[in-house]
Design a binder for this molecule. Structure first.
Ligand SMILES: [Fe+2]
Ligand SMILES: [Fe+2]
Length: 284
């Protein structure tokens, strides 16, 4: 079921994850990272063109108003996961993972390494915000690296050339280093480009510990957690908590390729784990 919105530059939602994983394959220089060949990656380039053109401060503020009241109904974690699973099902069934399989591979890898139970749970829910696609949101407003809006775009963002079409490039106030923010104001005071991270963060906020919430909220903020950009907006708590975001990232990126998880076998463990932190139904 891929006909979710008229703009589908990446053929499948997973293509973005694959692109990110390939970006960080060992041996790729910082230079190679920045200079993507738009012709070699037409889907990815078009995705970033749309993302960088349309993610303005105004756009982000409006999406927050639209979605963060969490008035789209109550669902259990499993109901949300099953709902998300309807997203990708006509891709090659032999090689492609369903959304639930990606979540379970991430969480099972975390579990194998002996991390705390809340972190396993975080792995399991980290991409549930992609249900935004099922609300009719275009992909460029759901996935992709995130970056602050309302201030200058860092060099560490991929395909920076596409920002020239972003209306915020014409607003001088948004083009200074700090833009509308104060030095070291803390990321909680900074608006990032809109996507699935911010949404799942708000859904899970009442229930999970602080490091888990950082992992959810910033797992796509590659310019910061991978490239060290935007330290001038971060405060001491952000710096400390980003250790956890960095700890989480390899499980998101590299757990693909492990054996397909057996949902039936794993279900009782996750039922217990979910019940430990979440009530039966939560607001989405
Ligand atoms: Fe994600
Ligand atoms: Fe993910």
């Amino acid at each position: 079921m891929h006909t979710i919105s008229p703009e589908r530059p990446l053929e499948h939602l997973d293509d973005w994850d694959d692109f990110v994983a390939s970006r960080y394959k060992e041996g790729k220089s910082q230079e190679q990272f920045r200079n993507y060949d738009a012709e070699a990656n037409p889907g990815v380039a078009e995705f970033y063109r749309l993302n960088h053109t349309n993610q303005t401060l105004d756009f982000v503020l409006n999406k927050k108003k639209e979605f963060l009241a969490l008035n789209r109904g109550k669902k259990s974690i499993w109901e949300a996961a099953e709902y998300l699973n309807t997203l990708v099902d006509d891709s090659d069934p032999d090689t492609d993972l369903t959304q639930i399989e990606h979540l379970l591979q991430t969480s099972e890898a975390i579990r194998r390494d002996g991390h705390p139970r809340w972190m396993v749970l975080t792995g399991f829910i980290h991409d549930l915000g992609k249900v935004l696609c099922l609300y009719g949101e275009p992909q460029w407003a759901v996935v992709g690296d995130t970056f602050p809006v309302g201030c200058a775009w860092a060099d560490e963002i991929v395909f920076p050339e596409y920002f020239s079409a972003n209306p915020d490039s014409k607003v001088p106030e948004y083009q200074t280093k700090y833009g509308i923010y104060e030095p070291h104001c803390g990321l909680d005071n900074v608006h990032l480009s809109w996507g699935h991270d911010e949404y799942i963060y708000h859904v899970a906020k009442p229930y999970l510990p602080e490091p888990a919430l950082y992992m959810l909220r910033y797992h796509s903020f590659y310019p910061a957690h991978r490239h060290g950009a935007y330290k001038h907006l971060m405060n001491a708590q952000d710096e400390e908590m980003f250790e956890w975001v960095r700890k989480f990232n390899p499980y998101d990126l590299y757990s693909k390729g492990h054996a397909k998880p057996n949902l039936k076998e794993l279900k009782p463990y996750y039922d217990d784990l979910i019940a430990e932190y979440f009530p039966e139904k939560i607001d989405w």
